[in-house]
Design a protein around this ligand. Structure first.
Ligand SMILES: Cc1ncc(COP(=O)(O)O)c(C=O)c1O
Length: 388
């Protein structure tokens, strides 16, 4: 992980500079009072350049980014949108909030969308698929893209968790129709709350821009108070404060990713000889973010015991299993009706995913841990794995 470990002088300076420049916290207007600086615009430009896309639209959260991305891509009530059972709940909430139908697909041993199941779930109503690159590792984008192309389905990536990870030499999230990113408190870079929608399509960008801002077209022929509109929208805007923090954090991205990979290497080397554990499958073209190392054991019961022992030794996990209820559709019976299932059907349907997740343990990789701390934690974990 993550940006929160590195919040410091640069973020404070960036915010102070914003106040020195007039303290305008709104992304638009107040032209005479802001010393020519528009931080949200600067953050969008810097982000687009960094990840390698034509357009970036900053928004108020990753959840908002998903909803704006789906709307901008043309998802409307009644459309079906396929996504995976293992994701943060927001992916499904965004689909439901637009009046579309979320269609669940189980994960495979990559712990991401199973392409075979994806193809089986397609119906004449399917408009889009949301592959979610969970915990730093890419979905199998080659297979997913091929299937989506064959069936004329849009790809809306949820890359809220994996900024910095790559697919086939490019940043993940930059080659599909549109992508949603998050900068919430636990993400790779943070802005407090915040998100981004990126795309290479001018059309999608324009809809995203308008939808996230009450339909404002930002028509240069008119002042904002007389701006034109063609669609309704909402307020999903990012503030200048968030963008000021984001600008400082973005400069730390390369360092964060590099440290993740270094520290992951130490963890991996320290565990690779252990019998009875298996590492998460990583697709060949995926270069992971390495903010988390996931291994599996042979049974749920053993995983459960290992995690209980880890807790006694002060070793935590990252979402799997400590926050699994928020990341696995099996537990979302309050939304079962949206999936067109009963509670029992939901549990039965998600069993193949449960079989993967219940045996998985995700170790968080911390940027600020030095090799001494990691070796100490590794020793604790190795001892647990020997005795449990
Ligand atoms: C996969 C995924 N999608 C969407 C989100 C939502 O992002 P936010 O918390 O910024 O709304 C998250 C955040 O946890 C996430 O992990």
């Amino acid at each position: 992980m993550p940006g929160f470990e590195l919040v410091g002088k640069e973020e404070r300076d960036s915010v102070n500079e914003l106040f020195d420049d007039g303290g305008i916290l709104f992304a638009h207007g107040f032209d005479a009072l802001r010393n020519g600086r528009y931080r949200v615009r600067e953050f969008e430009k810097a982000f687009a350049e960094k990840v390698g896309v034509k357009y970036a639209q900053a928004v108020s959260s990753g959840t908002a980014a998903l909803k704006v991305a789906l709307f901008a891509a043309g998802i409307r009530p009644g459309d079906e949108v396929i996504t995976q059972t293992f994701t943060f709940i927001a992916t499904v909430e965004a689909i439901i909030d637009l009046g579309a139908k979320p269609v669940l697909v189980n994960i495979n041993e990559t712990l991401n969308l199973d392409p075979v199941e994806f193809e089986k779930a397609i119906t004449p109503k399917t408009k889009a698929v949301i592959p979610v690159h969970m915990l730093g590792v890419a979905c199998e984008m080659d297979k997913i893209s091929e299937i989506a192309k064959k069936h004329n389905i849009l790809i809306v990536e949820d890359n809220c968790e994996s900024l910095g990870a790559e697919w086939d030499g490019s940043y993940l999230g930059t080659k599909s129709d549109v992508c949603a990113w998050s900068f919430d408190a636990g993400k790779v870079i943070i802005t407090g709350e915040g998100g981004m929608v990126t795309t290479n399509s001018e059309d999608i960008y324009k809809f995203a821009k308008e939808y996230h801002d009450h339909g404002h077209e930002s028509n240069p022929a008119f002042p904002r108070g007389r701006d034109t509109r063609r669609i309704y929208g909402f307020n999903y805007r990012m503030s200048e404060l968030q963008a000021a923090v984001g600008l400082a954090q973005l400069k730390k991205l390369d360092f964060i990713v590099q440290k993740n990979r270094e520290n992951y290497g130490i963890w991996y080397d320290g565990l690779k000889e252990i019998k009875g554990i298996q590492f998460r499958k990583i697709p060949a073209l995926s270069k992971p973010l390495c903010d988390c190392l996931i291994f599996q054991v042979e049974s749920r019961e053993r995983a459960h015991k290992i995690v209980a022992e880890m807790a006694k030794e002060g070793l935590g996990t990252k979402n799997v299993p400590d926050a699994i209820e928020w990341h696995f559709a099996k537990y979302w019976d309050h939304m079962a009706v949206a999936f067109g299932k009963t509670k029992d059907e939901l549990i039965r349907f998600t069993e193949p995913s449960a079989n993967q997740l219940d045996r998985s343990i995700a170790i968080p990789i911390m940027v600020k841990h030095d090799s001494e701390i990691i070796e100490r934690n590794l020793e604790k974990l190795r001892n647990i794995l020997k005795r449990v």
